[in-house]
Write a protein that binds this ligand. Structure first.
Ligand SMILES: C[S@@+](CC[C@H](N)C(=O)[O-])C[C@H]1O[C@@H](n2cnc3c(N)ncnc32)[C@H](O)[C@@H]1O
Length: 374
């Protein structure tokens, strides 16, 4: 059993814990911006391949008391690094957190790197070179409350980058946040789904990938664990084949995205093509005022502009009012969810919310509002 830590966006810890538990994680416990869990190697591969919410899965190597630079150097040297990397492999070290006397993460990372390569040189006469971009082994060290936690990044690049998005709109949601929002709506794949202001299509795309049971990691170029000395290619290949076989051939109900901007609709279509699902979902260039519901019931989910990045200077209050009217008149029988980072604008929708969730879009505090449309 290995201890793992999945890093996730603030506020999504409990939802990510549910996802990891469903994938077979044991001793799953949500923390601050992450989820602790334990499991074996196949589980690590499965979570990297299937989890839609985490950014990275870190495999813990050791935790030890650490106040000073010497404690750190000695603690790192006490580990047998030949288990984790050979001198022929490249290395990078990332440091987070601090102690009273170790409060420069660059120095902390350097100290860890020196301790590792000194051990390699002492034992074999050669050492790993540093590759900050695509190292074979990415070491993370986290300092917190007088302890150093050393881990390896099994993901090797944030998992929110599914590999399907060469084209991004003006203010795209991260794929992991989009998937989390779809989960929060409790939308089921046999229900219709509509995003009337879809930009580059992240919400309809993530909903479609869920509905078609596409593993989010299948299209990624590489994972960190693939260059670890203990990599098990047979197990990984088997998990990938199982994931391919588990894909559903059709959507259970229409999934539609609209936006007034023709360029972002083209981007959404390109993204759908990159995922190989462009024949399933539909994107239309259309102003919100002309959008009609594609079915008699379903889920609307959108994040209209809220002034921070997009829509500056526009009459956003009027846009939100229009959204409220369109929802009320065109989407009777549906449930709508709107993510906004601006409370005053959200009020302009003019509908009474049935529920609200605090959500962080990056560092921006937002709210997801739910509206029952009768
Ligand atoms: C914050 S972005 C949505 C980003 C999207 N969720 C993504 O991940 O790419 C808001 C979108 O609303 C669209 N929009 C603004 N006013 C609109 C209107 N009147 N009708 C339709 N779309 C509109 C903008 O073109 C923009 O793409």
């Amino acid at each position: 059993m290995v201890h793992y830590f999945a890093t996730v966006a603030r506020g999504l810890e409990s939802l990510a814990a549910q996802e990891i538990e469903a994938l077979g994680g044991q001793n799953v416990s949500p923390g601050f911006c992450g989820v602790d869990f334990t499991g074996d190697r196949p589980l690590l591969y499965r979570v990297n391949l299937w989890a839609r919410l985490p950014f990275r899965i870190l495999a813990t190597v050791a935790t030890f008391p650490c106040a000073t630079a010497d404690d750190l150097y000695d603690g790192i040297q006490a580990l047998d690094w030949s288990t984790y990397l050979t001198p022929e492999q490249t290395l990078a070290v990332n440091a987070t957190g601090k102690t009273q006397r170790l409060n420069h993460s660059h120095f902390t990372a350097l100290q860890v790197k020196n301790a590792i390569v000194d051990q390699q040189r002492d034992r074999s006469g050669s050492r790993s070179t540093v590759d900050p971009q695509t190292p074979d082994v990415q070491v993370n060290v986290h300092l917190y409350q007088g302890q150093a936690t050393v881990s390896l990044d099994s993901s090797g690049g944030s998992l929110h980058r599914r590999g399907y998005r060469p084209a991004v709109g003006m203010a795209p949601l991260k794929e992991s946040l989009a998937a989390a929002l779809v989960y929060l709506t409790e939308w089921q794949p046999d229900q219709a789904f509509c995003d009337p202001m879809c930009g580059s299509g992240t919400l309809p795309l993530e909903a479609s990938l869920i509905a078609l049971n596409h593993a989010p990691g299948l299209q990624r170029d590489r994972f960190g664990f693939e260059t670890w000395p203990d990599f098990d290619p047979v197990c990984w290949q088997q998990l990938r084949q199982e994931a391919e076989a588990a894909q559903r051939p059709e959507l259970g109900a229409p999934i539609v995205g609209c936006d007034r901007d023709q360029d972002v609709i083209e981007q959404a279509r390109t993204n759908a093509e990159c995922c190989g699902i462009n024949t399933h979902l539909e994107f239309y260039q259309q102003d919100l005022s002309t959008v009609e519901a594609p079915a008699t019931s379903g889920v609307v989910l959108c994040n209209p502009p809220y002034g921070k990045r997009l829509g500056q200077g526009e009459d956003l209050a009027a846009l939100y009012k229009l959204l409220g009217n369109v929802l009320k008149q065109q989407f009777k029988g549906w449930t709508a969810y709107v993510l906004s980072g601006n409370k005053a604008l959200a009020q302009s929708i003019g509908l009474k919310s049935a529920q609200r969730w605090p959500i962080y879009n990056g560092t921006l505090p937002c709210q997801l509002m739910k509206y029952e449309l009768y």
